[in-house]
Write a protein that binds this ligand. Structure first.
Ligand code: TYD
Length: 136
């Protein structure tokens, strides 16, 4: 099995005294076509989001404001990344368990997804995830 790992990718940053600008294009700055965008906000202190893997869906997660951590489990260990700039983000290939925590006040997590929403693509049970990894 090819074990693809999460990757921190930087985005273009157009610096300007009027304020900076960053943009993202599918298949240019992220390695998939962007099919859906969602964002997580008004997160109460101390909570965790995510806690699942996707069979097919690839994602790119940006801390549009504030900061938070993303922990990705790739079967043979895990990697924790602190996101706190809006000009880079974490690419997570399909098939990896992740959760987001340590959200700062007023943070916003912007998530670009390679697929439409499909609940059947989620693996929400960690034991099932470990079996899925072993059988790939
Ligand atoms: P979920 O992906 O479990 O949230 P997170 O990973 O951030 O903790 O989604 C939470 C709920 O929102 C779940 O009931 C499904 C729904 N949802 C949609 O209807 N469409 C979407 O695009 C997303 C991402 C979630």
């Amino acid at each position: 099995m090819k074990n693809r790992l999460p990757e921190l990718l930087s985005l273009p940053k157009i610096e300007d005294p009027r304020g900076n600008l960053t943009f993202v294009e599918g298949l240019v700055h992220v390695p998939f076509e962007i099919k859906r965008v969602y964002w997580i906000y008004d997160v109460p202190g101390g909570v965790s989001r995510g806690g699942h893997a996707f069979r097919e869906q690839e994602e790119f997660i940006i801390a549009l404001s504030g900061s938070f951590d993303v922990e990705v489990n790739h079967g043979c260990g895990s990697q924790r990344v602190h996101l706190n700039r809006s000009y880079y983000g974490l690419y997570i290939p399909n098939g990896l368990w992740r959760h987001l925590d340590n959200f700062s006040t007023n943070s916003t997590a912007l998530v670009l997804s390679s697929t439409d929403y499909d609940e059947s693509d989620y693996i929400r049970d960690y034991e099932e995830y470990l079996q899925y990894r072993n059988n790939r």
